[in-house]
Design a protein around this ligand. Structure first.
Ligand SMILES: O=c1ccn([C@H]2C[C@H](O)[C@@H](COP(=O)(O)OP(=O)(O)OP(=O)(O)O)O2)c(=O)[nH]1
Length: 128
């Protein structure tokens, strides 16, 4: 590959022509691709909004993390949140992959944390 891209589409690479995901069911769908991601980067598997809106198809673990040192096949963990069985066709675009740089952190144990206006308030604490 010579062109640069922010991400890439992921297609179902099934053994047969198609498979069915019944309402409430989840499945690991193979994509037929494997990656060598440079250290310091990860790939994130994200759902497709069209499948989500039209069929209630999403990812169980969104975003899925593809580690830089992972050399296996990228899999997509689809879930059917809709009311109808969803047929996954072989070759169908089921998700998208984007690449992201991440920071490395060094953890230091302390007695107290720095003060802020928010403090420990979270989960809708501001009422807005
Ligand atoms: O949607 C996903 C999520 C993960 N993976 C692969 C690549 C990733 O590098 C590896 C491990 O994923 P993760 O770290 O999320 O899983 P874990 O449950 O923490 O397993 P592990 O102990 O293997 O790290 O599985 C996928 O193919 N698709």
């Amino acid at each position: 590959m010579t062109e640069q891209a922010a991400g890439v589409d992921l297609h179902a690479a099934l053994e047969g022509e198609a498979c069915v995901l019944h309402p409430g069911e989840r499945a690991l769908v193979p994509t037929g691709i494997a990656l060598e991601i440079p250290p310091g980067y990860e790939a994130q598997v994200r759902p497709r909004s069209g499948l989500a809106l039209r069929h209630g198809i999403s990812l169980v673990n969104s975003p899925g993390t593809i580690d830089a040192d992972y050399r296996g096949e990228v899999g997509v963990i689809l879930i059917n949140h809709g009311n109808e069985p969803f047929v996954i066709e072989n070759g169908e675009r089921i998700a998208q992959l984007v690449f992201a740089r991440y920071e490395r952190a060094r953890f230091v144990e302390v007695e107290e944390l720095g003060e802020t206006e928010r403090g420990a308030g979270g989960f809708g604490h501001t009422g807005r």
